[in-house]
Design a protein around this ligand. Structure first.
Ligand code: FAD
Length: 307
């Protein structure tokens, strides 16, 4: 198998990885991004991004396409929709094998593998995934034109994506486990002012009901313990995320919540391995903060390579 050497390899082509790719390749370092999913990461799940400075409201997909174009224009290579079949971060020269047939090595690595939507753990969630259960309004919203749907969650993503769904669906019931939302005032106000949206608070979905696809949910009221069923044509789940760190457990220092630990320069406990974006331990997870991490990780990597 032929081995191709790079100055830097970035894992993940979301906002953090693409930004690191822009900085590293613009610094004339031979850079490769290896991405196990589609380029853009969580950005492509986001219907409307209104808080990315310098860009008037647009789709996350459009922002990610521009970032990809920018990285490529500086010479960054991108391998996307591949699988990392083997890797080694223990030697000075880092190694990644993809799809069992290509080997890449590098002097530095930036881990920007982000996260994936968290499941609620209710009965039949796995069975109906893609059969009435979705984690992405942007991807699946139009399948529910003129239908009645449920959104589970109470943070910004749940409320904002519920509002974006109203352009397709007939009605939305937001089910949230607490009596208050964990979202910004503006997101709460927009959801409350939308007459297609109603709310069931202090309640948890315990089971998805149906035969071929979801036809309803079984809900437990957290205050009274009362169980009730609600009919629906589909369910969108927004209850947070899980960092993509399974591969790195036992190799890199990771928090009790599975986030990679780093210092403010994005340095992990392994020399020459940096981290950026939602996969690292931090409080706020946004495109802006992922982009900031990506820039810092790349600048730290450049400094490391110049030593
Ligand atoms: C529904 C929703 C709405 C949102 N709305 C907004 C908003 O309006 N404004 C805002 O600022 N933020 C928003 N966010 C948050 C924002 O999208 C994220 O914080 C940001 O995109 C994270 O970028 P990232 O590069 O760190 O990770 P990700 O976007 O998760 O990208 C990581 C990439 O790495 C890939 N990958 C995973 N594992 C591996 C591996 N082992 N090797 C190689 N590649 C791997 C993944 O496939 C993915 O492409 C929203 C998020 C969601 C889910």
């Amino acid at each position: 198998m032929e081995t191709i050497h790079y100055d830097a390899i970035i894992l993940g082509a979301g906002a953090a990885g693409l930004t690191a790719g822009i900085y590293l390749s613009r610094a004339k370092l031979k850079t490769l991004i290896i991405n196990e999913g589609s380029v853009g990461g969580q950005m492509i799940l986001t219907h409307a991004v209104a808080n990315y400075p310098g860009v008037l409201e647009t789709s996350g997909r459009d922002i990610s396409l521009i970032m990809k174009q920018q990285a490529k224009s500086f010479g960054c290579d991108i391998e996307s929709n591949v699988e990392i079949t083997k890797f080694d971060l223990s030697s000075k020269k880092k190694m990644f094998e993809i799809d069992d047939d290509e080997i890449f090595t590098s002097d530095v690595v930036i881990i920007a593998t982000g996260g994936k939507p968290r499941k609620i753990g209710a009965i039949n969630e796995e069975k109906f995934k893609g059969m009435g259960i979705s984690y992405c309004a942007t991807c699946d919203g139009d399948f529910y034109t003129d239908k009645n749907v449920i959104v589970i969650g109470g943070g910004n993503s749940a409320l904002e994506e519920a509002v974006s769904l109203t352009k397709w669906v007939k009605s939305i019931t937001i089910i949230h486990q607490f009596n208050e939302f964990q979202a910004s005032e503006i997101a709460i106000e927009q959801a409350k002012n939308n007459n297609k949206i109603s709310f069931i608070m202090e309640s948890e979905v315990k089971e998805f009901l149906g035969s071929e696809s979801v036809e309803g949910v079984r809900i437990e009221n957290q205050q009274t313990g009362e169980i009730s069923n609600l009919k629906t044509d589909g369910v969108f789940i927004y209850v947070g995320y899980t960092p993509n760190t399974d591969r790195f457990k036992g190799i890199i220092n990771i928090s009790s919540r599975d986030e990679i630990l780093s210092d403010e320069n994005m340095q992990t406990n392994i020399d020459s391995v940096f981290v950026a974006g939602d996969v690292r331990k931090k409080k706020y997870r946004q495109i802006t903060t992922a982009v900031s991490d990506g820039a810092i990780a790349a600048l730290s990597a450049i400094e490391y390579l110049q030593k």
